[in-house]
Ligand binder design. Sequence first.
Ligand code: HEC
Ligand code: HEC
Length: 168
Amino acid sequence: MFHHAAGGYGSQGTLCGSLGACSAIINLVARDKEKTHNKIIKDLINWYASYNHPTDEFDSIVKFPKQKRVIPGSPLCHVSVSTWTMANETEIATYERKDRCAKVAGKVAMQTVMMLNAYADGKFKPVAPAVSAETAACLECHGPEGDHNQQGQMACGLCHPHKADHAD
Ligand code: HEC
Ligand code: HEC
């Protein structure tokens, strides 16, 4: 059902496929009047962006243990995979990189199960850090409390690096 999600959907590098697949499952399990599914998905995505990928928890069963870890700062496959590939001096079409993404997918599935178990016990609470002070400042003007002309909470500076002082 989620084969197409690999490589950020059809190898297009958009959303990390493991986030898309797990979001579909969260939607099935936790959709309620309070829209808890969206709260969990939001937290899973923010957690992913702040996590130092890949985990070493599966090192006893993988071909490439002890890989160099990178915090992507973004839920996008493109950013996550490219920063990791450069840091590890490798290429996308290697078993090494596939191993890394398999670990990422496994860890995202683990995190999803932990969140859904907490939800089932009525104890779900967000775990991801809040947005950075820089992004919070952008959101004051561009987010729901301001002009609301942009969607989401991704780190603005990754793509708009020259916008830090345009409001001064
Ligand atoms: C004090 C309010 C304010 C803050 C803070 C702010 N913006 Fe803006 N931003 C505006 C307004 C108003 C415009 C439209 C007018 C203009 O271009 O200055 C705009 C326009 C933009 C545009 C499109 C126009 C352009 O200049 O290219 C981008 C992209 C943008 N902001 C990104 C950001 C980012 C990223 C941050 C945080 C680093 C940020 N903004 C912080 C008010 C703000
Ligand atoms: C993954 C990259 C990326 C991220 C992260 C991102 N943006 Fe953008 N954003 C773009 C691109 C690409 C455009 C369209 C091209 C342009 O105008 O810069 C755009 C357009 C905009 C525009 C309209 C600009 C215009 O001239 O029409 C605003 C405002 C804006 N972004 C604000 C933000 C804010 C605020 C954040 C953080 C909460 C953010 N963006 C995060 C890539 C990104």
